[in-house]
Ligand binder design. Structure first.
Ligand code: F6P
Length: 195
């Protein structure tokens, strides 16, 4: 069995302010997580010469990967966070106040709701297909550093969760989800590296 490690980026400045989307850098806590993650990965994958680190193209995942040394890093646009379109950079409160219909439609059907000029969860699931094919093909461990919506979809695929649950799966910050794919099926462990 070989592990796939899934993690969100370290806390970003936008996470602190409650803003969705964007492309900000890490907060202090987020920077600390990047160091703890590097320690964890270097220990966990010490003898795994062919392992690789996959990030999105957004700064917060690239910066989270930065302290990890000794493994190749690959950026995937398909691992970028759900595109919130006209709502990018807003807080949920602002969306509720300024675009109440959008807020309500998303609440009613979070899986299918598509942000104006942005994406839905179904769109994200679809664009992840090549990533999943490549993850299945890999023989060596992979560390995937991505974002909340994307990791919900990836996790659901490996943990065999139903489509309708995807937008509600808990994928907390500063936690590694380790998935082991063996002959006897999929096993999961979670490592919470900080609060
Ligand atoms: O708040 C962090 C974040 O990654 C946003 O960038 C993104 O829009 C959101 O989470 C996705 O989560 P949800 O679908 O629950 O709004």
């Amino acid at each position: 069995p070989r592990p796939i490690l899934l993690t969100r980026h370290g806390e970003s400045r936008d996470n602190v302010r409650g803003r969705i989307g964007g492309d900000t850098v890490l907060s202090e806590a987020g920077q600390l997580y990047s160091k703890k993650l590097a320690n964890f990965v270097e220990k966990r994958l010490k003898s795994e010469r062919a392992a690789s680190i996959w990030t999105s193209t957004l700064q917060r995942t690239i910066l989270t990967a930065r302290p990890i040394v000794g493994f190749p890093k690959i950026q995937w646009r398909a691992l970028d966070e759900i595109n919130a379109g006209v709502c990018d950079g807003m807080t949920y409160e602002e969306i509720k106040k300024n675009m109440p219909e959008e807020y309500e439609s998303r609440k009613k059907d979070k899986l299918r709701y598509r942000y104006p000029r942005g994406e839905s969860y179904l769109d994200v699931i679809q664009r992840l297909e090549p990533v999943i094919i490549e993850l299945e093909r890999q023989r060596a461990p992979v560390v995937v550093i991505s974002h909340q919506a994307v990791l919900r979809a990836l996790y659901a695929y490996f943990a065999d969760r139903p489509l309708k649950e995807i937008p509600h799966i808990e994928v907390p910050l500063h936690t590694i989800i380790e998935i082991q794919m063996g002959v006897s099926g999929v096993q999961e462990k979670r490592y919470k590296l900080m609060d």
